[in-house]
Each structure stands twice: as C-alpha cells, then as structure tokens.
Design a protein around this ligand. Structure first.
Ligand code: ADP
Length: 366
C-alpha cells in the first residue's frame, strides 16, 4: 500500500513538473498555493512558493476582485469547470486558461486548478492565415478589375485603329477628314503602346530584371524638354503649365538613370493632366543636402485620404468601380515608385479633395 501511495505521488509529481502547460493550484480564496516548473517560466512566478497567498486576479489583472466573465468564479461557487482565452498584457502573450474545481472527499469545492497553455504562436498563425486569406481575396478582386481595365485599355484604342483605318478606305473622303482619321489612329496607337510599355515594365519589376544605367545629366535640360513636350497638351485643356526651373536656376548636373527619371516625371505629369480640369500644373525640383527633391503639383480633383497609400500598389486606381471616369491601367504610380526606390529615393504626396495634389520624390545626389 505504501509503495502504491509512493508511486501515485511520484507519478503525479513527475507529470506535474514536466508537463509543458503551466499549472497553478489555488485555494478557495483564489490564492495561488503552488505552481509547476512551466508555470514559473511562463507566468513569471519564480518567487511564488516563497510568496504564497497571492490572489490570481491581483497577480494577473491587478484588480481587487475577479474580472467579469472569469470562469474561476463559477468554479469556486458552483464547482463548474470552464475554459477561456485571454491576452495577458503584462506577459504580452495569448493564454488559454482551463479552470477546474478542486473537490474534497465530500465533493465540496476547496479551490481550483488553472491549466494554462501559451497559444501565442497558434494565434499568430491564425492572424497570419486570416491576413493571407484577406490579401488573397483582395488580390483576386484587383486582378479581375485589372483584367477588365486591361481589356478596355487594349480594346478602345484597337477599335479606334481598326474603325478609322476602315473609314480611310473610302476614296471620297476629304483631305481634312483623312487627316483627322490618321490623327485618331496615331493617338490610339500611342495609347496602346503606352499600355504595352507599362505591362512590360511591371513584368520587369516583378521578375527583378530592372537595371540602372547611370550617366551625367543636366537637370535643367531634362525639365526644359519635358516642358516643351507637355505644353501643347496643357494648352489644349487650357491649363497653365509652369516649370519652376527652366529660366532661373543655375545648372545642376547629376548622375542618374535618365530614361527612368524621365518616365517617373512623365507619369506624374500625365496623371496631373488627366486629373486636372482647370488651374495649373507646376513642376520642378529643389536641392537638399543629399537629395534632389522633385515635385509635380496640380490643382485637380485631389485624392481621398483613404486612397493616398493604396494608389501606389499595382493595378490600383482611385476607384475600382466598373464605371470608370478616367482611362488608365493603374500601373503608372507603382512603376514610378519602383523606379524611384531602385534609384535610392522615395515618393510621397500631399493632397486635398477638389483642391489638388502634389507628388514629391527624391533622388540621391551624385
Ligand atoms: P492610372 O492613372 O493608370 O489609373 P496610376 O498608378 O498612375 O494609374 O494612378 C493610380 C490612381 O491614383 C489613379 O487612378 C488616380 O485615382 C490616382 N491619381 C494619381 N495621380 C493623381 C492626381 N494627380 N490627381 C488625382 N488623382 C491621382
């Protein structure tokens, strides 16, 4: 009989001390009277056994009574076991706590036992899974919107080209009509080419094949050329185009990738022209110690605060509804952002709805 008692006690002690769940044993006043090795590690209770009569709710929650909904109360009052999950701020961990009543020979409650499992990792996986699922659903939606946009962006100019090429076959056309149709075909071709270029650029970015070709460039020349290129388009919309630098700044020569810099500013100017109906577009740069800071400022429709970050993502447009007010593939800004980061700079914006938008970006000075 002694051996049986010894075995039972020894088996219980060995199990108690080696199990990886933290176990705390409490009296009927919620005082912790014992904990196992895992409990001391997980719950930071190294001094506990010297420091008995510590109420669990005071230790865990810093309160004078058990918090509402705590299953330990039912345990002590009615002898009912319970399980709950809680984020313990002072441990910075998610815990699953089982409360089990301790009963004496007469089935009276003399305390309770907490079996505590650290489920932080499990919770982290759960959150990651939920995030990944949401991201996948979001990507799926974006891809569908992208495909719809793409087919629109390819079909519209294609229809223009084929339709007006067909009309040109008519031998009785006046010279003026011929010229108009040829211009439409030319414009449609350019629009198609720019969409295809965007798709090619984004695939290069995705597959990590972007290469920088640095050379010395004169910034004022770059700005002058961009100004001359965009001036007629701005005139057509009666928008004032102002280049901050052309006349009054001394020459600045920097070493960077000219094609990429041109494309970044071009993308920003195209957007500024697209989203501005009246007022002006100003573009230019200023010098900081280590960076050239470029800007393109418009007085257009502005960008709602909730869209100011997401428009830099691929395929994103200010609105992804199917009734699109503005043409575009939603790739321009993500291409510009990738280029700027590759050149060692960053891009950001300030905008107010119906007042205008200013895009800023930096490029390190070499
Ligand atoms: P796209 O112009 O082809 O739609 P972008 O990546 O260039 O793609 O721009 C993404 C979105 O950002 C646009 O659809 C538009 O909603 C918003 N946006 C960009 N530039 C401006 C601007 N200057 N003013 C207002 N909205 C802008």
């Amino acid at each position: 009989a002694e051996e049986a008692v010894y075995r039972s006690h020894k088996d219980w002690e060995d199990t108690f001390e080696t199990i990886t769940d933290a176990i705390t044993i409490h009296d009927s006043n919620y005082n912790i009277i014992r904990t196992n090795k895992a409990g001391k590690e997980l719950l930071n209770l190294p001094e506990l056994e010297k420091n008995l009569k510590l109420k669990c709710y005071t230790y865990y929650h810093g309160t004078e009574k058990p918090p509402a909904g705590c299953p330990s109360c039912n345990c002590i009052k009615d002898g009912m076991s319970g399980i709950f999950e809680i984020f313990e701020t002072h441990l910075n961990r998610y815990l699953e706590i089982r409360a089990i009543p301790r009963l004496n020979n007469n089935k009276q409650v003399v305390g309770l036992i907490h079996v505590v499992r650290d489920i932080s990792e499990h919770k982290r996986f759960e959150f990651e899974l939920i995030n990944a699922k949401e991201k996948a659903e979001e990507n799926d939606k974006l891809k569908s919107a992208f495909l719809a946009n793409m087919s629109h962006e390819i079909r519209t100019p294609m229809n223009g080209i084929l339709g007006f090429a067909g009309l040109l076959k008519n031998q009785k056309l006046s010279i003026d009509d011929q010229q108009t149709y040829i211009e439409i075909i030319e414009k449609s071709g350019q629009r198609l080419l720019s969409t295809i270029n965007d798709i090619v650029e984004i695939s290069k970015i995705e597959s990590g094949q972007l290469v920088i070709h640095n050379k010395k460039i004169n910034l004022n020349n770059v700005f002058k050329e961009l100004f001359d290129f965009f001036k007629p388009e701005a005139n057509k919309k009666s928008i004032e185009l102002i280049c901050d630098n052309v006349q009054n700044k001394s020459e600045l020569i920097i070493e960077t990738d000219l094609t990429k810099l041109n494309q970044i500013i071009t993308n920003l100017l195209i957007n500024a022209l697209k989203f501005t109906e009246t007022g002006s577009i100003t573009f230019g740069y200023k010098l900081n110690e280590q960076f050239v800071e470029f800007f393109v400022k418009d007085t257009g429709i502005g960008i709602a605060p909730e869209n100011q970050e997401i428009i830099f993502e691929r395929f994103r447009q200010g609105s992804i509804s199917l009734t699109r007010d503005y043409e575009g593939s939603g790739l321009g800004l993500s291409i510009s952002k990738a280029f700027i980061e590759l050149l060692g700079g960053k891009i950001w914006l300030k905008s107010e709805l119906n007042a205008g938008t200013t895009f800023y970006f930096t490029i390190p000075i070499k």
